[in-house]
Design a protein around this ligand. Structure first.
Ligand code: RB5
Length: 156
């Protein structure tokens, strides 16, 4: 995966995740962070794989350093994002898991469910995730093994 714009955050959601994405945009703007919102932009019914993929590709190709994606549960859009090579998207509904997804898994994307997590708590989760770093060491070995799965799957 190429490393590109390190301060740009990719955002994506389906219609169900849109209200929470808009709340998180407020948080990013308060923090002075730039973002690339790949859609959806309306509450018309839409398909989460499309937006999970677009946001994940923006991270994978280096336009963004990290990504935040939203759907009703956070599950469908995280599964979709994780199909893109180089993406490690963690679906989290608590601060502990979100921080550990950075510390141990070097998660480059976070998925949240707008029907699961209240906006105020979601903002706390996102803030802590953005601030958390990767610990490396034995965790790097394991992240490398995840990458190896991608490589070997690609050979089939
Ligand atoms: C949309 O109704 C809903 O299925 C979607 O947002 C998501 O929760 C799927 O995982």
């Amino acid at each position: 995966m190429t490393r590109g714009n390190t301060d740009m955050i990719a955002l994506g959601s389906d219609h169900a995740g849109l209200p929470l994405k808009l709340e998180i945009i407020q948080l990013l703007e308060e923090r002075g962070l730039k973002y690339l919102d790949v859609g959806t932009y309306t509450d018309a019914s839409s398909d989460y794989p499309e937006y999970g993929r677009l946001a994940a590709e923006a991270v994978a190709d280096g336009r963004c350093s990290r990504g935040l994606v939203f759907c009703g549960t956070g599950i469908g859009i995280s599964i979709s994002a994780n199909k893109v090579r180089g993406i490690r998207c963690a679906a989290c509904s608590d601060c502990f898991s979100a921080v550990l997804s950075r510390n141990h898994n070097d998660a480059n994307m976070l998925a949240l469910g707008a029907r699961v997590v209240a906006p105020a708590y979601a903002k706390m989760i996102v803030s802590m995730w953005l601030d958390a770093g990767f610990e490396g060491g034995r965790h790097q070995t394991r992240v490398d093994l995840i990458h190896k799965i991608e490589q070997e799957q690609g050979l089939e």
